[in-house]
Write a protein that binds this ligand. Sequence first.
Ligand code: VAH
Length: 310
Amino acid sequence: SILIIGACGQIGTELTLALRDKHGKENVIASDIREGSENLMDSGPFEVLDATDYDALEEIVAYYEISEVYLMAAMLSATAEKFPMRAWNLNMNSLFNVLNLGKEKKVDKIFWPSSIAVFGPNTPKEHTLQSTIMEPSTVYGISKQSGERWCEYYHHKFGVDVRSIRYPGLISWKTMPGGGTTDYAVEIYHKALSEGTYTCFLKEDTELPMMFMDDAIRATLQLMEVDKENVKVRASYNLAAMSFTPAQIAEQIKKHIKDFKISYKPDFRQAIADSWPSSIDDSKARTDWGWQARFDLENTTKEMLENLAP
Ligand code: VAH
């Protein structure tokens, strides 16, 4: 069966629902550091699990006969800047625990999320390549860059079948995002509906790579289904769908909520955003496993406002 670590997070929640749809709810074990929302708990097996506790993880893997692990627990970019050592320990020790399960042949397949945060201030910002300069300047980005190197090492050295995607900022309505720099692109829809205004913590022209959650989930399941030999990148695949600025997302919202007002009050997260690319080249994912995004800013906005509308 399948184990999701960090099942209550922004991606973990939707990954759990999608995997339960696909494999049957009894075959997908959800776990997180604390009890989750009831719909996650009721819809199948749930375990409280600290992803940095190898023995506890090993016990769950043995008890439920887990063959596949999705490690979705991490401290994201903005929070990680406030607690660097806690972020490093969580992001890295959880990864080592899961990779070692793979090395010990206790699980067959692993998914681990990376991020466009692996790129840094001197990475070429437009259509950023799969393999290019990456000197991340955030704790989170450093942990993701190191994690990619370890995934590649465990694959080549020990044959671990670990697969990874560099997610852009993700936009979803089923859960609130968890302390990232791209969270503005989710908050803005909630505020547009509840207050008709939004004060954005990034400057209006901050262009960032983004993706609607449905695309991200579909890409994740697609990559995990691909035959081993077609997974040519064992660090992490670039993935793209759209890029936009706060001003552009505000314009889209105004098409539905005509008197929506946005104002700008950049904070510490501006420096994080400025260190990231504005657009991503995902041609490797397209070539190796047929990736193709479906949601652009227009239909993402429609989906978000329709599903969040009171
Ligand atoms: C963050 N949502 O903002 C995450 C993601 C590319 C952004 O890694 O930290």
